[in-house]
Design a protein around this ligand. Structure first.
Ligand SMILES: [Zn+2]
Length: 202
């Protein structure tokens, strides 16, 4: 009996690698010790979200806060130095994951990097017409000077951004990564314009 137990202990390596649910993946199932972050975790896994482009921002925040609580330094006051260190590492990763997934463009680029195969090369050359239009549009935006005009233009761009977000979701859905990549770049351009206008709003 005693021998069997010590054998069991020797086998225990604090490496529970089955697919558990969300936050439970942080801790060893047997001894409850906080495990080191897995180097291959995607930001979706870190936050317990499915790796899809559209995501529920409320769930995202809920999962973020739940993990933040579990990793809070107060929980580790009586724990080993190693575990306190791991808690800090997890927190850094968690914050980075949250920052990334919250932003549609960063989330898109992250998802693209996950889905991309080694041999995938996306054509980054932009349609020259698109670039010209964007430059023209930028000049027009910079010339706007009444608050009303700025607000209107800004609302238009916001709508466009929402449309692009939807299109990106569809492109990822059918695994059209080339298209997703292009849409992401468009989204980035528009987002810059949007920010430019927001800065001009009082
Ligand atoms: Zn353990």
């Amino acid at each position: 009996m005693f021998e069997a137990m010590s054998k069991e202990e020797k086998k225990h390596l604090c490496d529970v690698s089955d697919e558990g649910e969300g936050a439970s993946l942080l801790f060893c199932k047997i001894c409850g010790k906080l495990l080191a972050p897995r180097p291959d975790s995607s930001y979706f896994t870190v936050l317990g979200m499915r790796d899809t482009f559209p995501l529920n921002l409320q769930d995202l925040e809920k999962n973020y806060l739940a993990r933040q609580r579990l990793l809070h330094p107060d929980q580790f006051v009586l724990k080993s130095e190693e575990e306190r260190f791991e808690a800090q590492e997890h927190t850094i990763l968690l914050n980075e994951a949250y920052r990334t997934l919250k932003s549609p463009s960063l989330r898109g680029y992250h998802l693209l990097s996950l889905k991309k195969k080694k041999e995938d090369v996306f054509d980054k050359t932009q349609d020259p017409l698109f670039l010209m239009n964007m430059m023209e549009e930028r000049e027009q935006m910079e010339a706007l000077n009444t608050q009303n005009d700025i607000k209107e233009a800004s609302n238009r761009i916001k709508e466009h951004l929402q449309g692009l977000e939807k299109e990106m979701g569809e492109a990822f859905d059918v695994e059209n990564l080339q298209k997703a990549s292009q849409l992401l770049d468009h989204f980035q351009y528009r987002l810059q314009l949007y920010k430019l206008l927001q800065a001009k709003l009082l």
